[in-house]
Design a protein around this ligand. Structure first.
Ligand code: ZN
Length: 59
């Protein structure tokens, strides 16, 4: 099962395919962001991680 990397909620495979970033991370899902803003929230969180100096984890 695929999980949101931010809140740990299960997400569908299709959701993961659409919203995962280039590193395969899912930084936002309907459980932790407004449905219409998932892409925006994911981008914001990716930028926050980059600013914090965290390298994406290799799976
Ligand atoms: Zn989530």
């Amino acid at each position: 099962m695929t999980e949101c990397n931010y809140c740990g909620s299960n997400v569908s495979h299709d959701f993961a395919r659409v919203f995962a970033d280039t590193n395969g991370r899912i930084l936002a899902c309907p459980s932790c962001s407004a449905n219409a803003g998932i892409a925006d929230v994911a981008v914001q969180r990716a930028e926050q991680l980059a600013q914090a100096g965290q390298e994406p984890a290799e799976l």
